[in-house]
Ligand binder design. Structure first.
Ligand SMILES: [Zn+2]
Ligand SMILES: [Zn+2]
Length: 390
């Protein structure tokens, strides 16, 4: 590991920030306290600070030495999850039902550490925009910041983000050019039949019989329509129907989560869901109402910026610890919106060791503080490499 000496010195401080944020988790767009702490720290480092971008988002602007117009954006997410923490350490969540179970407390502390180091050293020529976004966990805070003019107000040649990953050994980095994480869409399918007595099915139109066939037919989309080497998931995650053993219900409802990596496959899957619903409706004489909602798009890394991020990572963790051809992930990430608005790259930083092995979103998960200085060094290296002083 090539950790900056100065960043190693502020490691303790970063850990204090991280654990304080961990104790005070805030959900989507409610990150008032976290945003205030971020803004106050950035100001104390001497940055120009802009608050309230995308509701609770914060941007800190730092100019290096020289007159270069080059610029880099680095993004951290600040929000926590609505779940109960089961850890018992002294900095566990103070708020019932809220927990930093995805490590966004760590991402925020890493970016603050990088800002502190870069503000002190200013060994670069250009502008760094430190982007702290709200509401990554389903709220679309990244999208909110982009729509609030993030990249018009703070132009960036490239924008970068990282996520901690307990499934990877501590200090390893995974990245790939092109699609990295999936889009996440939701289909709610309401099957409207005609209810009646269970003993007289011929007088009813059974929505459960139709819903069961619909579930089977939906499985053929990935198996028979999507190309074998493309990635897609159609998971029916909710099946709701019925209220008594002697009643054929009036309606049934299926909810599905749909994940794809490209716009073409995303369009294909939606088209097939709609066509299959039409076909099943005709076959069974039911009506099927399709409520199809597109969520986060797929996270697609740009080639040049992927190379830039991997190069900085290799300098810090060693080339052998950087995998630039990692398999795609079927989770989703709202950094996708920033990558649609600006070239950039997103990577995973491994955190797994003997004491940190729970997956993110597990009630006993905790961010591994050992990687705070690795992450901060990685961001510092990226800035100094891309915007060197002449
Ligand atoms: Zn998460
Ligand atoms: Zn996360």
């Amino acid at each position: 590991m090539a950790i900056y000496n100065r960043i190693a010195e502020i490691h303790e401080e970063m850990q204090v920030w991280r654990r304080d944020i961990h104790q005070h988790p805030e959900l989507c767009f409610e990150e008032q306290r976290t945003a205030e702490i971020v803004a106050e720290k950035l100001k104390s480092f001497g940055l120009e600070v802009h608050e309230g971008i995308g509701i609770t988002g914060v941007v800190g602007v730092l100019k290096g030495q020289g007159n270069s117009t080059r610029s880099i954006g680095i993004r951290a997410d600040m929000d926590a999850l609505p779940m109960q923490e089961l850890n018992e350490f002294d900095y566990k969540s103070l708020i019932d039902g809220k927990m930093h179970a995805c490590g966004h407390d760590g991402h925020t502390a890493i970016l603050l550490g990088a800002a502190k180091y870069l503000a002190e050293s200013r060994n670069f020529d250009g502008t760094v925009n430190f982007i702290f976004q709200p509401a990554e966990e389903g709220g679309g805070g990244g999208d909110a910041m982009v729509k609030d003019g993030l990249f018009e107000r703070f132009p960036c040649d490239g924008v970068y983000g990282l996520h901690n990953q307990p499934g990877m050994p501590r200090g390893t980095v995974n990245i790939r050019s092109g699609p990295l994480m999936a889009s996440a869409d939701t289909a709610v399918l309401i099957i409207k039949g005609k209810g009646g007595h269970a003993g007289y099915p011929h007088l009813t139109i059974d929505p459960i019989a139709a819903a069961v066939q619909l579930h089977v037919a939906l499985q053929t989309i990935v198996a028979r329509n999507v190309g074998p080497v493309d990635n897609a998931v159609v998971s029916v995650t909710m099946f709701e129907a019925g209220s008594g053993s002697n009643i054929i219900p009036q309606d049934a409802k299926l909810t599905a989560s749909i994940r794809t990596m490209t716009a073409e496959v995303r369009d294909l899957v939606e088209k097939r869901v709609r066509e299959i619903c039409t076909g099943i409706a005709q076959t069974h004489g039911v009506e099927i109402i399709v409520d199809y909602t597109r969520g986060y798009p797929s996270t697609v890394n740009h080639e040049k910026e992927t190379y830039i991020a991997a190069k900085a990572a290799a300098e810090v963790v060693g080339p052998a610890n950087v995998d630039t051809n990692t398999p795609v992930r079927m989770g989703s990430e709202d950094f996708a919106y920033m990558l649609q608005a600006c070239p950039g790259a997103y990577m995973f930083l491994g955190t797994q060791d003997d004491t940190h092995f729970h997956s993110v979103h597990h009630p006993e998960y905790d961010f591994n503080d050992e990687v705070l200085s690795i992450g901060a060094s990685l961001w510092a290296k990226l800035v100094e490499q891309q915007m060197p002083r002449s």
